[in-house]
Design a protein. Structure first.
Ligand code: ADE
Ligand code: ZN
Length: 327
């Protein structure tokens, strides 16, 4: 079997996918028409042509604008259902899916509309596709601690519909400590904890995510390699990193995939995983991330493929008994 076949066919988990980042330009146009929302781009191709990013913020601006077409529960369902069908086709057995409620509640969309639509897709995915999926609520770090606490309050009536919380959006200037008290409260509530750290921000933010927020996984985390002591700690404590290679190139964290350090992370003994982040914006879903990364890095072979897939299941938040059946 060829390496590309192995990468596509092997069972895997996806642990870093923003559901709003799976909103394809075609669906943006369809929802804009259905909901009577004017778009600043005349055609799908014009919109896609605007996906030329120079850094995280230049992406976020267009990503939040795209999410503005989502209005009804059915819209949120349609977005998540499209992702889950794609996940199924790519042999993703389990997905832990981020959603950004504040992107919608700030526009006047009720929290219930968002989570009811997403939850309906997650349940149907389990039943009809056999894809296990769970939701992780992300706080937008460019907004205030107070706004995060208010979002948590709104979410609590739906506590059984999401498994944990994360932290995303503009990293630089919005360090983990801004959300230490919110995360402490989430921890008391028994929620699983993750945070984006060390994507654009410094390695110090990874320490703070671990020590102040007490997260169990780091999203991205690629800048840990600037600090050998941190690399040793991540490896020793088996703290998983959810790495997103195509995202890193599109957001200019690395100049190209040949410069990506996923091979170094694995070689250092870190439980790294491969993920798609925002596949509709970054040029590929999960298998495309695996294929392009392995094509660009000749040191990666079948052994690394197996390790990455195994890491993805081990780093997931499913029950240990379920995990044992997968690994
Ligand atoms: N929201 C969606 N994608 C993100 C990323 N790569 N970093 C931070 N926030 C995000
Ligand atoms: Zn992300």
């Amino acid at each position: 079997e060829s390496l590309p076949d192995i990468l596509c066919r092997m069972p895997k988990a996806e642990l870093h996918i923003h559901i709003e980042g799976s909103l394809e330009p075609e669906l943006i146009f369809a929802l804009a028409t259905r909901n009577n929302i004017p778009l600043p781009y005349p055609t799908v191709d014009d919109l896609r042509a605007a996906y030329a990013f120079t850094d995280l913020q230049s992406f976020l601006d267009i990503y939040y604008a795209g999410a503005g077409v989502l209005q009804t529960e059915d819209d949120f369902f349609a977005m998540a259902w499209a992702y889950l069908k794609r996940a199924k086709a790519e042999n993703v057995r389990h997905a832990e899916i981020f959603f950004d409620p504040q992107t919608h509640t700030e526009r006047g969309i009720p929290f219930a509309t968002v989570i009811n639509g997403l939850d309906r897709a997650v349940r149907r995915g389990r039943e009809e596709l056999g894809v296990s999926a769970a939701l992780i609520l992300c706080f937008l770090r460019h907004l205030s601690e107070e706004a995060a606490f208010a979002t948590l309050e709104e979410a609590l009536p739906f506590r059984d519909r999401f498994i944990g919380v994360g932290l995303d959006s503009s990293e630089r200037g919005n360090p983990p400590e801004k959300f230490a008290r919110v995360f402490a409260r989430c921890r008391e509530l028994g929620l699983r904890l993750v945070a984006h750290a060390g994507e654009e921000g410094p390695a110090g933010y990874i320490y703070h995510a671990l020590d102040l927020l007490k997260v169990e996984r780091i999203d991205h985390g690629v800048r840990c390699l600037e600090d050998p002591l941190l690399v040793a700690r991540l490896a020793e404590q088996r703290i998983p990193l959810t790495v997103c290679p195509l995202s890193n190139v599109k957001l200019c964290v690395f100049p190209d995939l040949a410069a990506h350090t996923i091979g170094r992370l694995l070689a250092a003994g870190i439980a790294a995983t491969i993920n798609s982040d925002d596949p509709a914006y970054f040029g590929g879903y999960l298998n495309e991330n695996y294929l392009a990364t392995f094509a660009a890095l000749p040191d990666l072979g079948a052994y690394e493929a197996y390790r990455l897939a195994r890491n993805s299941f081990q780093a997931s938040f499913v029950d240990e008994s379920v995990k044992a059946g997968w690994i």
